[in-house]
Ligand binder design. Structure first.
Ligand code: ADP
Ligand code: MG
Length: 292
């Protein structure tokens, strides 16, 4: 068999990664004399790895992340309020299998979005689709769909991925329609798919996000039933270098969002008056909200 025929056969099957490597593989095989099975495995692995990379790239693009961040790039030493046991548990991705939620709370710049994306990125690597949206864009998008009579169809975009990031909940309050849509989304994903939510508001302030304590409670009930809350109380990572350079006063807070003063706000904690049902069935001990 000639090299041309081999290349034509490989190209005909669309095995581009193998095509690029086949000469190399043959040359090495003639020297090292692997078994037939070993040779075949090596040839197929080249193609399989290339496909995996393409698949990951596509999934990452579909996820609509504003930037790709990973755990490797996160400096946990800078944020000692983060419980590393919680992070270890989350990194097993059990929460994705169990469709439980992750809530990241804290002031601006402490790494909430970074960690949310790192978790979603890890899920994609593990073969589960993820999708990123800010709370504002999500509610606006679904609100438009509602007005145009296609809410159910549009909702599917946010129900399909196993992991949905809802970023920056609470920077802007929601109107009645927004709150109702948000409730519908959280209810529809409940026990079916994970939500990773970030917010600069403590649970006690959620009434003011939704303008209605009853709907806020109903949403929190479903969101927190199977969930883990990560409270980050440290200072903004964005200010770190500027502060080191003496450009920012020690007590100055970053203005992003500008809705909460963290120097006076109580530590983040779920409202004490709310009682959550004990975790049942599929809820893992580690993923259950422990602070309520
Ligand atoms: P938040 O969502 O809490 O406002 P971000 O996750 O957007 O904060 O973080 C702000 C920037 O600082 C991002 O570029 C993020 O990657 C970076 N960052 C925040 N915390 C850390 C950290 N502990 N280690 C490394 N980078 C961090
Ligand atoms: Mg953020």
């Amino acid at each position: 068999m000639t090299m041309e025929q081999l290349q034509a056969a490989i190209e005909g099957l669309g095995l581009t990664a193998l095509g690029a490597r086949v000469e190399n593989l043959l040359e090495r095989a003639s020297k090292q004399e692997p078994s037939y099975a070993e040779f075949l495995l090596e040839a197929l692995s080249a193609e399989a790895e290339a496909r995996r990379q393409r698949y990951l790239k596509t999934r990452l693009q579909l996820a609509h992340f504003p930037f790709v961040k990973t755990f490797e790039g996160f400096d946990f030493a800078f944020q000692p309020s983060i419980d590393e046991r919680q992070i270890r548990e989350l990194r097993t991705l059990r929460f994705v299998q169990e469709a439980s939620n992750v809530i990241l709370l804290g002031p601006p710049g402490v790494g909430k979005t970074h960690l949310a994306i790192a978790l979603a990125e890890a899920s994609i690597r593990a073969g589960q689709a993820a999708y990123f949206m800010t709370a504002h864009d999500l509610v606006e998008d679904l609100g438009r769909a509602y007005r145009e009579g296609r809410l159910d169809r549009r909702m599917k975009v946010y129900l399909a991925p196993k992991v949905l990031i809802i970023d920056e909940m609470g920077y802007l309050p929601l109107d009645d329609l927004g709150a109702t849509i948000f409730f519908q989304l959280v209810s529809a994903r409940y026990e079916r798919g994970s939500i990773i939510l970030t917010s600069n508001k403590s649970y006690a302030d959620w009434g003011s996000i939704f303008g209605d304590a009853i709907i806020a409670t109903a949403i929190l009930d479903r969101l927190l039933h199977h969930s883990m809350t990560i409270n980050i109380r440290g200072e903004s990572y964005r200010l770190k270098d500027r502060r080191r350079a003496g450009l920012v006063g020690a007590r100055e807070q970053e203005g992003e969002g500008g809705m909460v003063s963290f120097s006076t706000a109580p530590a983040f904690a779920p409202p004490k008056t709310r009682r959550l049902k004990a975790s049942q069935g599929s809820a893992p001990a580690g993923a259950a909200e422990k602070q309520v």
